[in-house]
Design a protein around this ligand. Sequence first.
Ligand SMILES: [Zn+2]
Length: 295
Amino acid sequence: MVSNISLQVLECGVTAMDFEMVAVGHPDKNASKHLSCGHPRLREGQIAHPVYAYIIEHSGGRILVDTGFSDTAKRDWKNNYYTDAMDYEPGDNGLFSQRLEQHGLKPKDFDDVIITHLHTDHAGNLPKFATTDARILLHEEELRGVVNVKGGMLREDLTTLWGVTSPQGFTRKDWACLIPDRATTLYGDMEIYRGIWTVSLPGHTWGSLGVAINLPHTGWVLLASDHIYVAATWGEPFVGNILNQDPSAWAQSAMKCRRLQEKYNMLIFPGHDNKIIVPDKDEPFKLEDIRASYD
Ligand SMILES: [Zn+2]
């Protein structure tokens, strides 16, 4: 255990998302009525789906995990697909860059930026960090995936319908700054600072990463990102959704999360939920409200 690590949670607004889609991938409400959901409803059938970034303070450096939606996302989205499927509402001063300012921080103040995956709600402000000295860490397979599949010649807002084999949610504008040599790619589980590990969780995207942190008081937490999309994803069995590119890889990675949780008694932070999953001595787990900071 390291005595000087802390974790701060930045909630960077919400998107309106279809609950059946993010939780079960099926439009029939009967399929999801047994699933718990703490999200307020934004409009009929849609939940307020928070977007998170995280700051880890460590004696070795200050680390940012994810960069939220681009501050200009709404203006940049040329195709109304995004606004229809996941309308972004930053709320009062909830843009990612406003959240950084509220912490008295600028992009140049970070030593490392870990991108859990390159979906536009996680990598939206990457270009601001590409011009700093920060090390930008992401999974080798993630970068390979966007470059090979999205390529350099497609329009930035390439959009079709959601689909398992047609990966959506990647915006070239977010990640083009990494090409050809601005990223430090990882193959999977690596301890990047004492007590801070990247965890390979492929399935939601080609190279989704979680981040495991051994906090002095809280113990181990796993920022599972969209691998565990919402708290309702976690259960016996796990509940996948159609946002996962590769369902069988996702299932393997979900079991990895379970083994990590059992071995290290980890708190699991879903990608888009205001509840976290906490191991419990009487029940398999319980849900707790997410807090602004952990140490
Ligand atoms: Zn996401």
